[in-house]
Structure formats: C-alpha cells, structure tokens
Design a protein around this ligand. Structure first.
Ligand code: FES
Length: 143
C-alpha cells in the first residue's frame, strides 16, 4: 500500500505539472488523441501533422483554451489515418493533414462545429460525471 501511495504522489505531481486537474475544477476542457501509427497511415511521415497540432494547441492555450493532446501509435481502428478523436465530444476524424488540423482547431475546438467532411463517427461521452475514485478528492475529468 505504501508503494501505491508513493506512485500516486509521483503521478499526481506530474499531472499537476501538466495542468491536469485532480479536483474536478479547472484543467483541460477537451482531450484530443492523434494516431500516426503505421497501420492506419501506410507508414507515411506525419510529423508535420503532429507539429501543426502542437503549435495550434499551444497558441490556443495562450488564449485561454486548454486542450490536452496525446499522440498515440494506435487507436485500435487502423484505417484512414492519421486519425484524431476529440473528447468528450467523441468525434472521430480521418485523413488528418496539417490543413485539417487547422480546421479542427478553428471550427471544432473554437467554433464548436464538427468538420463534416472528415468526421466519420460521433460517440459523445456521457454527461454524468464518474463517481469519485477513493482518495482522489475529486473526479478524474479535466472539466
Ligand atoms: S494504427 Fe492508427 S488506429 Fe491503429
């Protein structure tokens, strides 16, 4: 148990250093996951997509809109990449280029409008927050 408590302290500090809320207040309003894995991207080089996303979300944060970003190697879908998922909206985008990143940021993340020609699935997360995990003092969402 002492080991688990120590690990929890370490990861909680890391979360705070990244702006992830541990109390259910503040933190990020959205989380985007970008898959540039070889199985859905035909082995292409999509560093420009990742760089554009990093730059755009960094600029957005300076303007007060906090979107957490994770680049992953697979979203267990493996078709039509690069793929991007926007949570909690649950909107999945295919064929994401740097230009599509700009549209997702401007039209979806800022404007609240789904990019219809690149969206292929819409599975919003439940509005009901999860129960508080024991000992966390708050829910585990960034909303
Ligand atoms: S490699 Fe992108 S979803 Fe599997």
């Amino acid at each position: 148990m002492a080991k688990l408590d120590e690990v929890r302290k370490v990861v909680a500090r890391k979360a705070l250093s990244r702006g992830i809320s541990a109390t259910g207040r503040g933190g990020y309003g959205r989380h985007v996951l970008l898959c540039v894995g070889a199985n859905c991207c035909d082995g292409g080089d999509f560093r420009e997509v990742e760089k554009r996303l990093n730059k755009r979300l960094s600029n957005l944060q300076k303007e007060g809109t906090y979107v957490y970003r994770t680049v992953v190697g697979c979203l267990n879908f493996c078709r039509g990449g690069p793929l991007m998922v926007v949570y909690p909206d649950g909107v999945w985008y295919h064929s994401v280029t740097p230009e599509v990143v700009d549209r997702i940021v401007d039209e979806h993340l800022v404007g609240g409008k789904v990019i219809e020609d690149h969206a292929f699935a819409w599975n919003p997360m439940a509005e009901t927050p999860p129960a508080n995990p024991a000992g966390m003092g708050g829910r585990l969402t960034g909303r």
